[in-house]
Design a protein around this ligand. Structure first.
Ligand SMILES: NC(=O)c1ccc[n+]([C@@H]2O[C@H](COP(=O)([O-])OP(=O)(O)OC[C@H]3O[C@@H](n4cnc5c(N)ncnc54)[C@H](O)[C@@H]3O)[C@@H](O)[C@H]2O)c1
Ligand SMILES: O=c1ccn([C@@H]2O[C@H](COP(=O)(O)OP(=O)(O)O[C@H]3O[C@H](CO)[C@@H](O)[C@H](O)[C@H]3O)[C@@H](O)[C@H]2O)c(=O)[nH]1
Length: 445
């Protein structure tokens, strides 16, 4: 099949590359010439495991190419995939400038019938707007389909090649058949819906996963007060197939380019039809507060943070990505600076992107985990990179000036801490002091 993908971000690039690997002829378009030049040279503008190898393989096979020329590229394809960004506006609504802008450019360029397949996450009703734009601007018939994307950053290639399901929302029988044909090699689990339901499935899925995370984070906060261990609680809950074990890891709250923006957008979508989504508003509020527990725990240990040197391990919003959009590390470091602390930060991959967000005289970006931890008054672990898991708590203690470890991702076990003198605070688990668990709090009822 001949495909043109508009937007070479995490979704457009990975989808385009994976579709080419299935034998389709794919042209990827972006308006950022520096991105396209990198891709034409075989370089990858984002960090995503396995992507570079697939780009090289499929470019060499002549199935994959990159261009900034949208109007030329759309002639090539029968299916045009929209994968441009839909970031948040100040009020939380999705900004449709890029998606409607791209649709307009396509409408003004096409010279024949096309299938427009929207992979971007868009509010209910957006694909109808896109269809109307085509009707107004072009004489050529288009069939519009909402095919939302569910890949995760850090495992985007694997997720794309092994999707749990493909959702296809379209009113067009021709589009339905072609899109089914395109996805059949990936899965048999293809759900056909109307357009609005497909758009809603994407937001509902992200909102539900975000709800699971805020739920377990609140359980963790209660566990800390009653002396229970949230990792055991989550394990015990997860064996129940109705609950499931995934997305029950307590931590510093969700970040990234999707959950924060998509939860806000769904609250707005509901608001536009006079529905107050109370549950989701709480999910967002819990998430916003959860990251500040790191600061509260530091203050409990160190009292005043002013003048203290705090090491931070992990700047990306999750491991295996260089994406720092809405990373909890940003607000945590900003709070540390606000409290008068200085910060020594390290991330295996994401430092260059994070530095663009926060270039501050009191933040020193280090080139190793040891350099960041050396002589600090406390270490905060904010991203669970395997590189950090490989460092023993005894080693961490040796590097630090004062033996304080705040583990925002529950990386280290009681056994590993037993032989150290660390003061250790994690999330929803008992604190440890000198290798010994703190006493279980007395319950007064
Ligand atoms: N990042 C994810 O993990 C993920 C997963 C599922 C769904 N989504 C959704 O997919 C969409 C894309 O997300 P992303 O993270 O890949 O975005 P991104 O910001 O990484 O990339 C978008 C790209 O589109 C390009 N672009 C914008 N307008 C263009 C135009 N008119 N012509 C050509 N290129 C244009 C931009 O230059 C940019 O490179 C969003 O709606 C997002 O919510 C993202
Ligand atoms: O048990 C968990 C699972 C995740 N997280 C956090 O949640 C955030 C998001 O993680 P994840 O979902 O793995 O990454 P994303 O790449 O943001 O993927 C989400 O957002 C994408 C964009 O919409 C969707 O396509 C994916 O299905 C959806 O998982 C990260 O900050 C994680 O640290 C937790 O705190 N606890």
């Amino acid at each position: 099949m001949k495909l043109t993908v508009i937007g070479t971000g995490y979704v457009g690039l990975v989808s385009g590359v994976c579709f080419s690997d299935l034998g389709n002829e794919v042209v990827c378009v972006d308006k950022l010439s520096e991105k396209i030049e990198l891709l034409q040279q075989g370089e990858v503008p984002i960090y995503e495991p396995g992507l570079k190898e697939l780009i090289q393989k499929n470019t060499e096979a002549g199935r994959l190419s990159f261009t900034t020329d949208l109007s030329e590229a759309v002639q090539h394809a029968d299916i045009i995939i929209l994968a441009v960004g839909t970031p948040s506006l100040a009020n939380g609504e999705a900004d449709l400038t890029y998606i409607l802008g791209a649709a307009q450019e396509i409408a003004l360029s096409i010279k024949g019938p096309k299938i427009i397949m929207t992979k971007s996450t868009v509010p209910v009703g957006t694909n109808e707007k896109i269809e109307n734009q085509f009707k107004q601007l072009s004489v050529h018939p288009v069939a519009v389909a909402s095919v939302p994307e569910f890949l995760r950053e850090g495992s985007a290639v694997r997720d794309t090649m092994n999707p749990d399901r493909i959702v296809v929302g379209t009113e067009s029988e021709a589009a339905r058949q072609r899109i089914e044909e395109l996805h059949r090699p990936l899965t048999d689990q293809i759900l056909f819906t109307d357009v609005r339901s497909a758009e809603m499935i994407k937001y509902a899925s992200n909102a539900f996963l975000a709800t699971k995370i805020s739920f377990i984070n609140e359980i963790a906060n209660i566990c800390e007060k009653v002396g229970a261990d949230v990792t055991m609680v989550a394990e015990g809950m997860g064996y129940d197939k109705r609950i499931g074990s995934s997305f029950l890891k307590a931590g510093i709250g969700y970040g990234g380019s999707c959950f924060p923006k998509d939860t806000q957008a769904l609250i707005q979508i509901a608001g536009h039809v006079d529905y107050e989504f109370k549950l989701l508003k709480s999910v967002v509020e819990v998430n916003r507060d959860q990251r500040y527990n790191v600061i509260r725990k530091l203050e409990t240990i160190l009292d005043d943070l002013s003048g203290k040197s705090i090491a931070v391990w992990g700047l990306a919003f999750k491991p295996e990505t260089d994406d720092v959009r809405d990373s909890p590390a940003f607000e945590i470091i900003a709070s540390l600076l606000h409290c008068g602390a200085s910060v020594k930060a390290y991330d295996p991959i994401a430092t260059p992107n994070f530095r663009k967000l926060l270039d501050h005289s009191k933040v020193e970006y280090c080139s190793s985990a040891q350099e960041a931890a050396q002589n600090a008054d406390a270490l905060c672990v904010l991203t669970e990179w395997s590189e950090f898991r490989a460092v023993s708590p005894a080693m961490i203690q040796a590097w630090l000036r004062r033996p304080n470890l705040i583990d925002g991702r529950n990386m280290y076990s009681e056994e590993e801490l037993a032989n150290t003198e660390l003061i250790y605070y994690s999330v929803g688990r008992p604190n440890m002091n000198n290798g010994v668990k703190e006493q279980t709090p007395q319950l007064s009822f």
